[in-house]
Write a protein that binds this ligand. Structure first.
Ligand code: ZN
Ligand code: ZN
Length: 114
């Protein structure tokens, strides 16, 4: 999935567009671990780099730099993790509340349309 820009703002679209028209709306349903606000995508004016911050900004300054996913932390049970990856480990997750890290779940093969 890649981030695309449409009339209604940013959304996630399949990278094989237009062959595949699968899309997903932007907010991932992840809540701020500090005050329960919605984590929304933002873009820094200087470099144009996207990041994710609490919707209660500036009252709450919680930000993360990697895309959040609504996955449950096996350590503290919080729903919300950063999608991280590196060469040695591959894809993994980090809890946005307790910073516990775990391996990403195996990707489910997509249903094949006949
Ligand atoms: Zn917050
Ligand atoms: Zn956790």
């Amino acid at each position: 999935m890649v981030i695309r820009h449409g009339r209604s703002g940013e959304f996630l679209g399949c990278s094989r567009f237009p062959k595949c028209r699968g899309t997903r709306s932007m907010p991932t349903g992840v809540k701020c671990p500090k005050d329960g606000g919605d984590i929304a995508i933002r873009r820094s004016k200087k470099r144009g780099k996207a990041f994710y911050g609490c919707s209660n900004y500036p009252a709450c300054d919680f930000v993360i730099w990697d895309k959040p996913v609504a996955e449950v932390c096996p350590e503290c049970g919080y729903v919300g993790a950063e999608m991280k990856s590196n060469k040695t480990r591959g894809e993994y997750r980090r809890c946005i509340k307790c910073a516990n890290e775990w391996d990403a779940p195996e990707m489910q093969p997509e249903a094949v349309a006949v």
